[in-house]
Ligand binder design. Structure first.
Ligand code: ATP
Ligand code: MG
Length: 402
């Protein structure tokens, strides 16, 4: 670059601006570039290098390690933990697949099980472990396009937000569709009226589960690119995990087995857990899921109602256990909280009677501990430094007399 050359070049070769309109025109052998274009190119290079980082490989997931992680948070549900760990590990293998000739099929997972047995907890715990964007969406909040409520694009938008607006990352994420049983087609008698919340929603979800290019508003999702109004997100690599209680599915399974003409030969187990193992895709269709939707979830796994022993574990053993939480609340007022073994059994027993799984444990504890929590300051004044919950105090919660 020298003054002779500088005089020779009047305009930027990239944007054609005159050298009088820019701060500096940098001149090379046969080309000139202005300071503005240099800055633009710099930004572009940063964007490219970010994109390369993001589309890079994910670290491989060892299903055994993921399962061990899940064990810390979720009691029981061995099958579900193993199935989910494998599904997630395979999802990562698909993303990292470099063999262009071999396309690995997506294996979306469906979790079935009674209320309060840990479906949502499992999904949340998986999310905690992963470094791909993850979002949980309630199927009941989704409506067909055109109706009031969220449409399926909102799901993708949530995932995009979870990926900090990075489309590449979002396209490799995981969406947990909770409460899918609630979008089952209603009974045949009501199918004449337009089914706003059920079949239409399944149809709409089908598109994104199958893989489609969604156009979602960029607003808020991508701060780096405020001008862009709509962003295209390809959903074909997004893994879907669906969960639902499917209340009554056991009856569908039993009816099918009994009605199959085999009659006496079929060994129908009475226990619900066993019958979930006999689940066939057809049963889900009878339940009200559309066949195409069922077909998109090749892996399903049943979760079981928690036993009383497992409920005791939920109370005491897992991370953030309820007992640990309440012990802390008591501790802040200088009172040690303990439970007798009988008391724990009693709590698990009355929680299991409510048929809402582990969900009722917290309500039980609140009921039992309320008189004490109300009196904690009073305990301190009367030098009561320990509350031991016995089975009597479980049956008839009352404060300790000073
Ligand atoms: N297997 C489990 N291990 C530990 N805690 C559990 C387990 N199952 C349930 N819980 C506790 O019960 C609460 C409710 O569980 P969760 O939300 O996972 O139920 P769900 O199976 O999704 O039920 P629903 O069908 O009603 O949505 C959780 O917050 C958790 O504290
Ligand atoms: Mg749930």
């Amino acid at each position: 670059m020298n003054d002779d050359l500088n005089n020779q070049y009047e305009n930027c070769d990239f944007c054609n601006k005159s050298k009088n309109d820019v701060k500096k025109l940098i001149v090379g052998d046969k080309v000139a570039i202005c300071d503005e274009c240099v800055n633009l190119c710099g930004d572009l290079l940063i964007q490219i290098s970010n994109a390369t980082i993001n589309s890079g490989k994910f670290k491989d997931i060892d299903p055994v390690e993921l399962k061990e992680f899940l064990d810390e948070y979720v009691i029981g549900q061995e099958n579900a933990k193993i199935t989910l760990s494998v599904a997630v590990a395979n999802h990562y293998k698909r993303l990292n697949n470099t063999n262009a000739d071999l396309e690995l099929a997506k294996a979306n997972v469906l979790l079935l099980g009674p209320t309060g047995c840990g479906k949502t907890l499992l999904a949340r715990s998986v999310a905690r472990y992963l470094d791909v964007p993850f979002t949980i969406a309630d199927a009941t909040s989704i409506t067909e396009a055109g109706y009031v409520g969220d449409d399926v694009e909102t799901l993708i938008n949530k995932l995009l937000s979870a990926a900090d607006g990075d489309v590449e990352k979002a396209q490799r994420g995981i969406i947990f569709l909770d409460e899918v049983d609630k979008i089952a087609r209603k009974g045949e008698s009501t199918s004449i009226t337009r089914d706003v919340s059920g079949e239409g929603v399944q149809q709409a979800l089908l598109k994104i589960v199958e893989g489609t290019v969604c156009r979602v508003p960029a607003a808020g999702a991508n701060r780096k690119n405020p001008q862009a109004e709509m962003i295209e997100v390809d959903t074909s690599n997004i893994l879907f995990i669906a969960g639902g209680a499917f209340v009554g599915i056991n009856d569908v399974i039993k009816r099918r087995a009994q009605g199959s003409g085999l009659g006496f030969g079929v060994d129908i187990k009475n226990n619900d857990e066993a019958s979930l193992q006999d689940l066939e895709p057809d049963d889900l269709v009878k339940y009200g899921m559309i066949p195409e939707f069922v077909g998109r979830f090749p892996t399903w796994v049943g979760l079981t109602e928690l036993t009383e022993d497992q409920l005791i574990y939920v109370l005491t053993e897992i991370r953030n256990s309820l007992v640990a939480q309440y012990t802390y609340l008591f501790e802040t007022d200088g009172v040690a909280l303990t439970f007798s073994d009988d008391a724990l059994k009693e709590i698990a027993y009355s929680a299991s009677k409510r048929k809402t799984g582990a969900r009722s444990l917290q309500a039980e504890l609140e009921r039992i501990l309320m008189p004490h929590m109300f009196s904690l300051r009073e305990y301190a004044k009367s030098q009561i430094t320990e509350v031991k919950i016995t089975s009597e105090l479980v049956k008839t919660p009352q404060k300790i007399a000073a």
